[in-house]
Design a protein around this ligand. Structure first.
Ligand code: GTP
Length: 601
């Protein structure tokens, strides 16, 4: 099909505004899938995504649409991840398109991620088609949403289409607008081949599948190819388009300029394939790669350890498999005095971290302990040397530290007026500063704040949601480093520091956190044969202490009478419980303790 009949577009929206539902309606309307198949939101394929209602990976789909002008067009739809953790994936998916449907919920209006995504799309020069979705909702407020489009995003309100993805209203109008308003790709079919890599996955039968947008030239099976950023050379085995159902891959003789599709070559691991890289022909390589390549750096780090040390190899294999599909997840072996052998892992953000941990538990049945998440600190020593530390364990002695600098973010928070003051309290608690305030409309403001990344890692978004009864939303971008009074807080159990419990915290908060942790651990560490002291310390100075008093635990004591089978069950249960304990010196610490420490804030 000629480029003039191709449209590459994506859907951008704030979380839950209906992106996935609308994508399914488009697939149904174009006959790409049958109604029955659409029931379960086809595009969100992973269980976890479905459960959390968030889209994690971009899934491109090709559909044919015969428009009212009688011409059949090929529409390539990319579903982009909506979460801030995956902003780079969003921007690469956008770079593969000429236009975007901008979905805004008719009741919620424009939110923080709507603004962030619109900025990304405008930077890429995409044509935006605003779609006000969920017009079936009784509390939808069209005049106000239209005003927000104009005032906040500078998008003319009369361009907006009205739709209900749920009720199937406005779907054909959207498809017509895609054909009429979004420009066709304008690559050079005869130039040297260049294709933008915007994702990759690992398929058990096919190996690495690279998702590309061909910009210039064409690519077919048998071609030698080269990845320009990594310099890897390969031979193409197959090229094709994406289909929503299994088998997802639909082989084609060739992909041409303007096409969005996949390339299978003899690539061994997805870590060789960087999102944003340019694929070119190995025999006649392009001189210049496509613009905008950036190596994604993990921002959040945490140790992951098997509960049972014998599971180390199994865990390594499981992580390797996860990495195959997610090259932004990185890990390397490390050891901890408290936890034994495990891995230091890097993630794009907190949601990414939770997803990986959850998948290890669910898909690989791994019993794991994860340590408190950390950011990367820039530590300047008194001798001028600068260290990058993502694990409190490697923090040098305070006496040789000149300054510790932590990553900070510029965080945009949209909030209804009545919640400004409790929200400001939260920002202060998190060591943040208000940069400026913008009035969005009669009801809402946007606060631009500067916060330490470390402070928003664990529960910031949840807190915003609970303070604003769900009406507030946030987004952030990285804003460099800033020096502050940071210290390492150690937790000692019977005098021995438990490295997995230590964290880097602000000096002013350290004591309070030490007390909370000691009290939490007192609750969850079971009584042992002797007294156990739990202490929190900063640089050798104890700031909090709790004791777990000694007691002999006899689990069978409850079973007076001779119920042998019940006794045996209890003993077995106790044995099982022991397996889930980690011995720190002579003290057994249950898995639960590690989890409680993570939650303590
Ligand atoms: P993320 O993938 O998390 O970014 O969410 P999403 O934007 O893909 O939203 P999704 O399609 O999962 O929809 C979120 C919720 O809104 C679901 O419960 C949908 O059933 C509901 N929803 C979507 N479209 C409509 C609509 O037109 N009307 C109504 N009433 N509900 C809708």
């Amino acid at each position: 099909m000629p480029q003039t009949r191709t449209r590459n577009f994506c859907i951008i929206a704030h979380i839950d505004h209906g992106k996935t539902t609308l994508s399914d309606r488009l697939l149904e309307f174009t006959g790409t899938i049958q109604k029955r198949e659409a029931q379960d939101q086809l595009l969100d394929a992973m269980d976890l995504e479905r459960e959390r209602g968030i889209t994690i990976k971009a899934h491109p789909i090709a559909m044919n649409y015969t428009a009212k002008d009688g011409v059949t067009y090929k529409l390539n739809l990319m579903d982009t991840p909506g979460h801030v953790d995956f902003a780079y994936e969003v921007s690469r998916s956008l770079a593969a398109c000429e236009g975007a449907l901008l979905i805004v919920d008719a009741a919620q209006g424009v939110e923080a991620q709507t603004v962030a995504n619109v900025h990304l799309a405008m930077k890429q020069g995409l044509t935006l088609i605003p779609v006000i979705n969920k017009i079936d909702l009784p509390n939808s407020d069209l005049p106000s949403v239209k005003r927000q489009l104009e005032e906040i995003l500078a998008i003319p309100a009369d361009e907006a289409l009205l739709a209900s993805a749920k009720a199937g209203i406005g779907i054909e109008e959207i498809l017509e607008a895609v054909v009429a308003r979004i420009p066709h790709p304008k690559g050079h079919p005869t130039h040297k081949m260049r294709a933008l890599v915007f994702d990759s996955t690992f398929d058990t039968y096919r190996g690495v599948v690279v998702y590309v947008r061909v910009v210039d030239g064409s690519i077919k099976a048998g071609d030698p190819v080269k990845l320009m950023a990594t310099n890897g050379s390969y031979e193409v085995k197959e090229v094709g388009l994406f289909k929503p159902q299994q088998p997802k891959f639909f082989a084609q003789p060739m992909l041409n300029a303007g096409d969005v599709g996949y390339v299978i070559a003899n690539i061994k691991t997805t870590s060789e394939v960087k999102v944003g890289d340019t694929l070119t022909n190995g025999r006649t390589p392009a001189e210049q790669p496509l613009p905008g390549f950036q190596v994604v750096q993990p921002m959040v780090f945490s140790g992951i350890y098997p509960i049972n040390t014998a599971d180390f190899e199994h865990l390594k294999m499981a992580m390797g498999k996860l990495q195959l599909n997610d090259s932004s997840f990185v890990f390397q072996a490390e050891s901890s005095v408290a936890l034994g052998f495990g891995f230091r892992c890097g993630f794009l953000g907190l949601l990414h971290m939770e997803i990986i941990q959850e998948r290890l538990r669910r898909e690989y049945d791994m019993d794991i302990i994860a340590t408190y998440p950390s950011v990367i600190y820039e530590i300047e020593k008194t001798n001028g040397e600068v260290l990058y530390v993502d694990n409190p364990e490697f923090m040098p002695d305070p006496s040789v530290i000149f300054e510790i600098r932590e990553p900070i973010v510029k965080c945009f928070i949209m909030v209804p007026n009545e919640y400004i003051s409790p929200l400001m309290q939260l920002i202060m608690d998190k060591r943040g500063m208000l940069d400026h305030t913008e009035t969005l409309d009669a009801r809402r403001v946007m606060l631009t704040t500067i916060l330490p990344l470390n402070e928003i890692l664990v529960d910031f978004n949840d807190k915003i949601k609970s303070i604003t009864r769900g009406y507030g939303s946030m987004d952030y971008e990285h804003a460099g480093h800033r020096a502050d009074k940071l210290v390492k807080l150690d937790i000692l159990v019977n005098g021995e520091p438990v490295d997995a419990f230590s964290s880097i915290v602000h000096r002013d908060k350290a004591e309070a956190r030490g007390r909370i942790l000691a009290a939490k651990l007192k609750e969850v560490i079971p009584t042992q044969l002797y007294q156990v002291a739990i202490q929190a310390a900063i640089g050798g100075k104890v700031v909090a202490r709790e004791n777990v008093s000694a007691m002999r635990k006899n689990v069978t004591a409850k079973c007076y009478g001779g119920d042998i089978s019940r006794k045996r069950k209890l003993l077995e249960k106790q044995k099982e419980g022991k397996k889930r304990m980690k011995a720190i010196g002579r003290v057994n610490i249950p898995q639960e303790a590690f989890i409680e420490v993570l939650k303590a804030n």
